[in-house]
Design a protein around this ligand. Structure first.
Ligand SMILES: CC(C)(COP(=O)(O)OP(=O)(O)OC[C@H]1O[C@@H](n2cnc3c(N)ncnc32)[C@H](O)[C@@H]1OP(=O)(O)O)[C@@H](O)C(=O)NCCC(=O)NCCS
Length: 177
């Protein structure tokens, strides 16, 4: 892997600018059906789809100073997922916070850490005032993560991705980090 370009970090995790050399690691994580169950259409992503998404993530970082960053576990140096901030669905005016981790890395509090870190970066560095996050109603782990990170559930809507999702909001005063 090329030298990491760390955007923000905790003791355990680094959120790094996406690079093309991250594709193989991420494609391996996103080829697992259980991991992808609550993402998009619920299917795995091919290497080509991951490549397109990394290209987009790099472009959004350059244009907006935010993106879905590559998450590296600092103790192991391993890429474990993605998380961060993007214009919702890559088109909207609102800024969406999101995260996804490979299955081997669930249950360690990492998603909550990524959410808190991303929110703090958005409010503190980017000067944002409001964030939105959405997840499928059945994704109870993600709903729990958002509440722990300081979001409030505001109801179900199909306004964002054309499917029913639970909408969560947080403003700068709610940030727990
Ligand atoms: C959802 C996901 C991000 C959670 O990551 P994680 O690092 O395991 O989350 P954390 O450890 O920070 O917190 C998970 C919380 O959910 C709880 N939880 C886990 N599974 C649960 C379930 N089935 N029902 C209710 N709560 C659950 C955990 O107990 C924990 O809460 P606690 O700290 O109060 O005990 C991870 O499983 C993932 O990446 N999944 C695949 C992609 C995805 O769904 N991304 C989110 C899209 S909106």
């Amino acid at each position: 892997m090329d030298a990491l370009s760390i955007i923000t970090e905790t003791d355990r995790l680094a959120l790094c600018a996406p690079q093309m050399c991250h594709i193989d690691s991420l494609a391996s994580l996103w080829s697992d059906l259980e991991t992808m169950r609550y993402l998009g259409g619920g299917g795995v992503w091919t290497h080509e789809q991951v490549t397109e998404r990394i290209e987009r993530a790099i472009k959004v970082q350059a244009e907006r100073g935010m993106t879905f960053w590559t998450v590296v576990e600092k103790a192991s140096g391993v890429i474990i997922g993605q998380g961060g901030l993007v214009p919702i669905a890559f088109v909207g005016d609102e800024i969406e916070l999101g995260y996804r981790l490979g299955k081997a890395h669930w249950g360690k509090g990492y998603a909550t850490e990524i959410a808190g870190l991303s929110a703090a970066y958005g409010f503190g560095v980017l000067g944002l005032t409001d964030l939105v996050a959405v997840c499928y109603p059945e994704n109870l782990a993600s709903r729990r993560v958002l509440i722990k990170a300081g979001f409030t559930e505001v109801g179900e809507s199909d306004a964002y991705y054309g499917v029913p999702t639970i909408v969560h909001r947080m403003n700068t005063n709610d940030c727990v980090r």
